[in-house]
Each structure stands twice: as C-alpha cells, then as structure tokens.
Design a protein around this ligand. Structure first.
Ligand SMILES: NC(=O)c1ccc[n+]([C@@H]2O[C@H](COP(=O)([O-])OP(=O)(O)OC[C@H]3O[C@@H](n4cnc5c(N)ncnc54)[C@H](O)[C@@H]3O)[C@@H](O)[C@H]2O)c1
Length: 438
C-alpha cells in the first residue's frame, strides 16, 4: 500500500450491499436507521463513537475518528442486498427477534422498503437451507452477470455514487483454496463457464462486485476472496478486499484474554469453548460441513497469539477445543462458555471460567458498519488488495501469503489506528514516551 497523496471526498450516496440479509444484516440496517433518527446509539462502532489520539499525550488532541478521516455519514447510506428468501428487511428483522417490535416499528417504513434481490444459490454450499427466491441461469458466469446487473440497477435507482459489499450470508461448506480454479483469474473465469464445483455462491457475488468496482468484505469464514484468482481480480480492478468471519462473541473474548495471559507469561494447558445458539446461523452451523469452516476459523486464533513453537514450556502442550451446539430456545441470544486450565509459578494449576451471555447480531452490527465505511475509505485512498489493517474485525484475518495473521486485539487496534494516522499524514504513535522524561 502506498501512502495516499489525496483521498477522494465522500460525496453523494454510498450503497451498502449485503449478500445475505438475515439477522446480522437487518439488525445492522435497522440500527443505522434508528441512529440516524436519534433513536439509539451505534454502540460498538469505532467509526461512530471512537476517538483517535494525535500527537503527544500532553497535546490533549483526541478527535472523533469520523471527524479525522473523511467517511460517509449515516445519512448518506443506502441499503440493499440479496437473499434466497423473499421477505423484506422489516419482516426478516421481526422474524429474527433480535430487536424488539418497538424498535423494528420505529423504522418500519424504511425497513419494509428494502426488498432483498433474488440470490445466487446452489444449495450444495449451504445444505440446511432451501431457498426459494433465487436466480436462474445455465452457468455460474450467467449468475455473476445477473448480480452485476443488480448492482448497476441498485446504484441507479438509489442515486449512489459508490458502493461497498459486506457478506452477511450463511456460512458455506469448507473449501480449500488449493484447486486449479482458484489459482488464477483466467482459470476462475473458465470455471464460471464450466460450473466448476469449487466455485461457491459467495465467490460469485465477490467476483461480480469486484468487477463492478465494489470493495468486498467477507463476514463469514467461507473461502470467498482469499485465494490467488480473487487477489488478481482485486489488483486488476484496484479494489480492496478483506475477511474472514466477523470477530464477535467468544473469539472476541479469546483475543482479549489470551494476549493478557501471554503478556504475563501464564501457562495454558487447555482451553475448551462451547456455545449454544438457536438462530438460523446456528441451524446452518449444525451441518458438519459448514461447521468445519467455522471451526477452522475459530481454532487458528490461539496458536497465532500464543506462538507455542517459541513458547514451548507455557503453550507447547495446549489442548484447544471449540464446539457449537444448535439449541433453538435461545434464538440469537447465544451463551458462550469457556474453561481455561492455566498454570503459574512452579506450574501450579488454576482455572478461569467465562460465561458470556451475548447477543450475536448486536455484536456483529457495528462491525458491518465499520467495515463498510473503512473499506470504502480504503478504496477512495487508492488502497487495493487485502486490507490487513482491518484484522481487528475478523476471526481469521486475511494476510499476505508469506505472513502469519495478527490475532491479538490490542495489536490489531494499534495497527488500525496507526493506519488511519498514516493515511492522514500524522505521526505514528509508538507508545515509547521517553520524551516526557527528558
Ligand atoms: N452474528 C455473529 O456474531 C456472527 C459472527 C461471525 C460471523 N457471522 C456470520 O455472519 C453470517 C450471517 O449471520 P446471521 O446470524 O445473520 O445468519 P442468518 O442465517 O440470520 O442470515 C444469513 C442469511 O443469508 C442468506 N443466504 C444464504 N445463502 C445465501 C446466498 N447464496 N445468497 C443470498 N443470501 C443467502 C440466508 O437466507 C439468511 O437470510 C453467517 O455466516 C455467520 O456465520 C455472524
């Protein structure tokens, strides 16, 4: 990435396109509409409520992030997307039962007007769903062309000058990025014509979006934009891409706790995590092939934070297990239990138990907003390819092929804020601070 000489102004309207308009997507849209009217605060959103320190600690300069970098405002956003069920955003939000009826009703007219466009749906990638609101086409190429046509129509109808996409669709089955079709753009495009089985629904959306100049953020663990053909397309179209899998409940906790234990050199013998959740996401994850994508995304976290290969005595013998149980009575109100078997001085054992009674979509909604606004900022600043500085938002952050991912939430936060400072030509903050003692 080159330091931007200038950043295009956020003029006109920004379209936020959501492939997959379920619980997370509608909670996000309803929240933005409510915040716009002053009916609720966008809690958890760095772009709306975060500040950034500039200069020395003695300078007393900590502007709001939205005043420091040129972002689109909430009143400049237009929302749209695709789903394989025909409900409008109001009906979906009511069905998801994340927000109260009163909250949904407070923005009922706007939500009801958002009608999902028919989805691209080959059911073999999400086995638990039977979509009815779907596109028809002989080849995957034809499907991509229809998505491109949708994007053009959406932008025209809504008067958008720009758009950005955030995948909020279901988790697809696990696909390794090792197949021939993933290795180059030419092979991928041939695969679209040949209906190659290694090209999933989400990859078709991503291909169409990037071709239409729409940056693409991936909120699920699917293999969507993290393979050489998509990197090539992103480079060719000068488009930012990022992923994978929103970092919300249990993994957020993990990436808060693990860096603390490591910083104090406390050992870990075992970390068992289990969840119960009863929303549609939980139902999809009940399928072992979709769970596999999630499991891979969740498991990598500890290994990269704790680095057992260089901290053998403390973490070389760690047993890490992650389970997700579909339990309908809980709906979106997930419960995540963690049991940590740790040890201290002379190896004496201790335990930590975490019981996080969280709300999945409430934690995910601000991430969708921040990703949409920051991905668009990246595009206006001329950044393209993998946006590693947005690792802060992901369970399984995309990174350059020769690097390991950075999972530590505090390093991720520093990296994100330093990228914003660097983008705006401000001094980076190292926290050295010896100048205060001269
Ligand atoms: N909520 C969280 O905390 C969280 C955290 C990390 C990741 N995620 C991921 O975000 C995604 C959305 O979660 P959710 O709770 O909103 O799930 P959800 O089931 O409520 O919504 C997903 C929507 O995607 C739709 N869909 C599936 N395949 C599609 C396709 N090919 N085209 C268009 N639409 C399609 C489904 O019909 C559904 O409406 C899931 O993949 C989930 O794993 C959520």
């Amino acid at each position: 990435m080159k330091q931007p000489v200038s950043i295009q102004k956020p003029e006109g309207k920004l379209g936020i396109l959501l492939p997959g308009m379920g619980a997370v997507a509608t909670t996000f849209v309803a929240g933005c509409l409510m915040a716009r009217k002053g009916l609720g605060d966008p809690v958890g959103s760095l772009t709306q409520m975060g500040t950034i320190r500039l200069g020395k600690r003695t300078d007393g300069k900590s502007p709001a992030i939205k005043d420091f970098v040129p972002l689109y405002g909430l009143d400049q956003l237009a929302f749209g997307g695709w789903d394989i069920f025909p409900e409008n955003a109001y009906d979906t939000a009511r069905h998801a039962e994340v927000l109260s009826k009163d909250h949904c009703d407070s923005v009922k007219d706007e939500l009801s007007a958002i009608q999902a466009m028919p989805g691209v749906f080959y059911p073999e990638y999400v086995k638990r769903l039977n979509g009815t609101h779907i596109k028809k086409g002989k080849t995957k190429r034809e499907m991509a062309e229809q998505v491109e046509a949708d994007i053009k129509t959406f932008m025209k109808t809504n008067g958008c000058s720009r758009a950005v996409a955030v995948w909020c669709g279901s988790t697809e089955i696990y696909i390794e990025p090792t197949h021939a079709v993933h290795q180059s753009l030419a092979a991928f495009e041939k695969g679209l014509d040949d209906n190659d089985p290694m090209i999933s629904n989400s990859q078709i959306y991503a291909y169409a979006c990037l071709r239409q100049g729409v940056p693409y953020a991936n909120g699920a663990p699917n293999l969507t934009v993290d393979f050489p053909a998509m990197w090539e397309l992103a480079r060719e179209r000068q488009m930012p891409i990022s992923g994978k899998d929103f970092k919300t409940g249990q993994t957020l906790m993990k990436t808060i706790l693990a860096p603390g234990l490591k910083a104090r050199l406390l050992g870990l013998r075992g970390w068992f995590s289990t969840n119960i959740l009863g929303n549609r996401d939980g139902e999809v994850l009940d399928d072992p092939e979709s769970f596999k994508s999630k499991e891979v995304s969740k498991l990598g976290v500890l290994e990269h934070i704790l680095q057992p290969e260089i901290n053998k005595a403390l973490y070389g013998n760690l047993y890490h297990k992650v389970r997700i149980e579909y339990y309908p009575p809980r709906g979106d109100a997930k419960e995540g239990w963690d049991n940590l078997d740790i040890f201290g001085w002379l190896g004496y054992p201790m335990q930590i138990k975490v019981d996080f009674l969280c709300r999945d979509s409430i934690l995910a909604a601000p991430i969708v907003l921040d990703l949409a606004l920051f991905m668009d900022l990246a595009a206006r600043a001329g950044f393209h390819g993998t946006q590693e500085w947005l690792s802060f938002y992901y369970k399984s952050p995309m990174h350059a092929p020769n690097l390991y991912p950075e999972h530590d939430l505090f390093i991720q936060s520093m990296k994100l804020k330093n990228t914003l400072r660097w983008m705006m030509g401000q001094e980076l903050i190292t926290h050295l601070g010896n100048e205060y003692y001269d």
